[in-house]
Design a protein around this ligand. Sequence first.
Ligand code: 5GP
Ligand code: SF4
Length: 454
Amino acid sequence: CGVFGVYGHEDASKLTYFGLYALQHRGQESAGIVSSDGRNVTEYKAMGLVSEVFNEERLKTLKGHLAVGHVRYSTTGSSILQNAQPFRVCHAGCSIAVAHNGNLVNANDIRKSLEEEGSIFQTTMDSEVVVHLIAKSKAQGLEESVRHTMSLIKGAYSIVLATEDTLVGFRDPLGLRPLCIGKLNGAYILSSETCALDLIQAEYIRDVEPGEVVVIDKHGLRSFKALESKRRANCIFEFIYFARPDSNIFGKNVYSFRKNLGEALAREVSIEADFVMPFPDSGNYAAIGYSQASNIPFEFAVIRNHYVGRTFIQPSQSMRDFGVRVKLNPVKEIIRGKRVVIVEDSIVRGTTSRTRIKAIREAGAKEVTMLVSCPPIKYPCFYGIDFSNKGELIASNNSVEEIRKFLGLDALHYLSIESMIEASGRRKEDFCLACFNGDYPLEVTGYRGKFQLE
Ligand code: 5GP
Ligand code: SF4
């Protein structure tokens, strides 16, 4: 998901609209904005893309100097309007709206105990427990309520919260998902990624630190560390695939990181080939890195139709395959008779890659090799990337050789964990690598999958 918040700008909801526009890649299922003028709170959310959900007229109704917004890609709870965010409640005369990126691993247990105490839940999202916990402990004041809530919830969370007059941002102690702070004239901005700050021409100030709470109101910005952690666990998959290449997350530029991954591939394998190609856009940057480091020319040998959403969001298998064909078309004149190296950012289920590779073969390629800019994804993610079911991960049940055969390739090579870390220029301990090595930075007992609350 993508989260965004503004405090102190007369066009807060409009800025949030543009912010969400820039964060659209983080979720295409639903979009929503909650705004406030200090007293009156307005909200609108609907299924669909930001551009489909909002228009000028709709934004005019979202008045005030404070706004929070959300684009959703579901990892807990179905893709339905009821589960759209920001999720807002009114409790004891106060409004609390929450926009959450990440996934809680103990939402089930918390929800059960809250229900036993009489809480009534409206959604099947993990994020709703956050609102209940904050509302329940509201007596201690907002800051203490957030601190208390953070001590109870476990998992990945970058959350932007708004009351009538205060904007709050907080991040889990491992720092699994990104969240940054920006400034635009006098206004403060919170955003999942810096590409959204660029769009509204806000200045990047810093990241919200893991375990930190930032509170923004008429007195300005103040912050405190609610939870300490001995280690970090930045999601490395944000760099590999999820975040936008023009963003800096966790203190690093995503484009450069991906290019480094391609260069690392060139150090690991050398191949005789006529050209290197990506499946645009996700593979572009690693493919450029590989091409430059290996001196094999780069070609855009498949052309993307830009007016199709990310195929993996679509629910049914038949739709997904259709999505692949509608999205990419090979240029036969470039491919025919050639030895082709495809650099791909990642292989998850393998179904998309298989269809795409078949299309390259049908276009007349003589030899097809695939290099993957990350190691095999063998273990499910419980922290907010939608591969929570081990059965659907091709690399959890198959060897590289079996995957090569399944995909119809002449050769297949995955980047090693060591080279991936080396390409990051950082320490292994800074990252979550669980989907690659099964080493989960946070225990996941009691998590029963995406639909556990339904
Ligand atoms: P697959 O071959 O595994 O079906 O699809 C791999 C392609 O999906 C890659 O091009 C990759 O960019 C993209 N992809 C990356 N992350 C995800 C994800 O979380 N889920 C799915 N299904 N596809 C993803
Ligand atoms: Fe990211 Fe993988 Fe860790 Fe999930 S398991 S948070 S996708 S690195």
